[in-house]
Design a protein around this ligand. Sequence first.
Ligand code: SF4
Length: 417
Amino acid sequence: MPPTPDATAPGAAVPDRGHADACPGALRLHTADDGGLARVRLPGGLLTDRQALALAEAAEALGDGELETTSRGNVQLRGLAPDCGAELADRLRAVGLLPSDTHERVRNIVASPLAGLDAAGTADVQAWVRELDARLCANDWAAGLSGKFLFALDDGRGDVAALDADVTLIAAPRGPALLRLGRGDHGHPVEAGQEVTAVLDAARAFLDALRGAGRAAWHLREVPELLPAGTVPLPGFAGTAVAAPIGALPGGLSVGLRFGRASGAQWRALVAASAGELRLTPWRGAVLPGAPADRLPALAAAGFRTEPGSAWERASACTGLPGCAKSLADVRADAARALDGGASAPRGGGLPVHWSGCERRCGHPAGQWVDVLATGQGYRVTVNGPAATAGTPAGVPVDVTNEEMAAAVVEARRTTK
Ligand code: SF4
């Protein structure tokens, strides 16, 4: 079974939710075409060195030796043997990566990865992450959330606030934090000290409202009529997520992973360069708080993206062939050729781009993005997202061959909102 998509495509019909979601977990493995797949939730993308090494050892001993990051800063192990579930669980428990068997799939929390490292944000969201995770795991009702339900804790810089989460908490430099429910453009002010309580209350109110209405839904955005309207306009964050910058930062290092994957050896290089802590980002990168700039060359030599402006910036792809039999192409190989051939974003920005092997578009970005979809004969390039409705130049699909794809992607990434 392929990885399940993280988001409903903008404009898509609300799916029937009269059944449990099939999101993989650390205990509930999915059978993919390349073997078992386990998804380990990492709230806030946070990992200690010891935990990171344990993941590399598990991937090498039980899987295909690689680790794959997701658009929520989680990590996946692939190519697992059918009988390795108990050993994987033991390895995760031993390092604190499986604090609750009953709640492991609902620990979906993204947080501003640069919080505390520079002056752009105003809140210690890592403290919020730890409190929210602990309280989620301690409450029986929370196990009723879907494995797709997402919490976003934004330190005020507007990065994870753009990720289309179910419940988003946004810190403000002056005044109370704001709580956004689903896709609303107004928020609810939250009293200082009550931020995590407000987030939990919102999730519980969603489950209660569903029960009261006899409805089934995985996301708040599927039932906006059941939500109380916010009263305060939200800050004007862009609809496209602002990825963490790459390279040496004021408070540490930030690197990108090609298509979010790293071998065990690369993972060890990350740990060796870190100062004891890693933060995986929702943009398939890793932030190493406190790591000195002189460790950047070793990370570049290990194959990480260490300089901004690369063609690979904000480029992602689904698993494709050979890992997913639904795919019409080896999308990662085709995308790598296009990116190495110059399918870059224009200087100063440009849209994220995502390659998919079929119309499920697993792992596509939120907001506006360039959709490169395998057709069997080549690829269809379209700008997807809020401003790309059919009939506008941005929304018109262009069918291209593999050879024409790089130029078409460059052009599409120039599209402005
Ligand atoms: S081909 Fe890609 S988008 Fe389609 S199901 Fe497989 S992984 Fe998902």
